[in-house]
Design a protein. Structure first.
Length: 411
């Protein structure tokens, strides 16, 4: 079963969101780069308006409170110096934001990819073999560099390989539950006495396949948060630079707060949304190691089996038949409970990981869209079930059951 359905899992569990993310990233980068000059001109006009009001504010503040501090040092010197810096940065055009992202977002994304792949024992080459999507050609004149797009897609693809691995583990457990050597481990009496235990093990494997396919579908929408934050950061970047003009000056607090919201805070949200894509992998490794401890043979270390699970090369023959024979019915129930508990605790484990690395989760939009997709799938399944029932009733000539209520029949 696992060797037959394994290729099917590889072909089905691919990066569904990669083509969408790729196209949206190119549109955002191209559009933000194309209007960057116009945004800069708009910001220069805003700068002139702000400076005019700022001079009036400075004069009024001095008249109202009396001259307590040198007006030039307190009000105008920081604004003049910062203004010259910002105007110089504006003159660099789109090169400057590309430089900022190349020294902030790109290195962090690259480190996240390398760390994630080292945790699960993957390389870029092995990931590309399992998840076959390749980024489309992209012009190198937009707000973001193509390298950033490539790194984010590689991170998403790396996570997808773990969903493939966990579903293959489920297939291996299902296949091993009713393998001949396991069923005959205790002779004929063993078959009769252990059949219930192995039915539970089979459904535990089926649950692994089902649960991680559902998680895979949800994960396919998590890139939405990255797209949204990348969009806001790109289009509001010039305005955030404009807010830097009034930094360290005696100006209204709302200007500097607005600049922080449109600048550093948005950059942090972009980074958080990208790192959040990797937390799934680290979280699922914990589940893999625990399951491996149950099924590893005495001659095989749990670490070796965990590596086989992580790289997706696990087959039913790698699972210990002796352990399955020794596993009691109570042990099976405990194992099912443990797997169910861990999958339910995934959000808490993820928060622990993100807190450890000082990262805030950014997947609210993706979670909302994923829930809508789940609801759509459930409605489609119910519709198919009802439609199938009606077709069967029509074929068999069976009258559909009606709800209870009064009403006499035909005389």
């Amino acid at each position: 079963m696992d060797r037959f359905l394994g290729p099917f899992v590889d072909a089905t569990v691919q990066c569904w969101g990669c083509p969408v993310f790729d196209r949206l990233f190119q549109v955002i980068s191209g559009a933000a780069g194309a209007i960057y000059r116009q945004m800069v001109l708009f910001c220069i006009l805003l700068f002139c308006v702000f400076i005019a009001f700022y001079i009036l504010y400075a004069v009024w503040d001095n008249i109202k409170g009396g001259v307590k501090e040198p007006t030039y040092e307190t009000y105008f010197k920081p604004v003049l110096i910062n203004g010259l810096i910002v105007m110089s940065l504006f003159s660099l055009g789109v090169w400057f934001p590309r430089f900022i992202t190349s020294v902030t977002i790109e290195p962090i994304t690259e480190i996240t990819v390398l760390y994630t792949q080292s945790v699960i024992g993957q390389t870029k080459e092995s990931v590309n073999e399992k998840v076959t999507y390749h980024p489309r050609p992209m012009h190198d004149d937009g707000f973001y560099r193509p390298e950033l797009r490539d790194k984010i897609i590689m991170l998403i693809k790396t996570s997808v390989t773990q969903f493939q691995a966990m579903m293959k583990l489920g297939l291996a457990v299902m296949d091993r539950a009713f393998s001949w050597d396991v069923l005959m481990g205790n002779g004929l009496t063993g078959i009769l006495g252990n059949v219930l235990k192995h039915i539970i093990i089979f459904f535990m494997g089926l649950y692994l396949v089902y649960a991680f396919f559902k998680l895979f579908v949800k994960f396919s929408f998590f890139f939405i948060d990255s797209v949204v934050h990348l969009t806001f950061y790109a289009f509001f970047f010039p305005i955030s630079l404009l807010g830097f003009v009034f930094k360290n000056s005696k100006s209204a607090g709302w200007i500097t707060k607005l600049a922080d919201k449109l600048g550093p805070d948005m950059l942090k949200k972009v980074i958080n949304s990208i790192v959040t894509l990797a937390t799934a992998v680290i979280t699922y490794v914990i589940i893999m190691v625990i399951i491996a401890k149950f099924f590893a043979a005495q001659s095989t270390s749990g670490a070796e089996l965990a590596r086989a699970i992580m790289d997706g090369s696990i087959y039913s023959g790698d699972l210990s038949g002796d352990n399955l024979n020794m596993l009691t019915l109570a042990g099976c129930i405990v194992l099912v409970y443990l797997v169910t508990f861990l999958t339910a605790e995934i959000p808490k484990i993820t928060r622990m990981i993100t807190t450890t690395f000082g990262v805030d989760e950014e997947k609210e939009l993706g979670e909302a869209v994923a829930k809508d997709a789940e609801k759509f799938m459930e409605n489609a399944a119910n519709l198919g079930k009802n439609l199938g029932g009606k077709i069967m009733n029509a074929v068999t000539g069976k009258t559909p059951a009606t709800s209870g209520g009064g009403g006499g029949g035909a005389p």
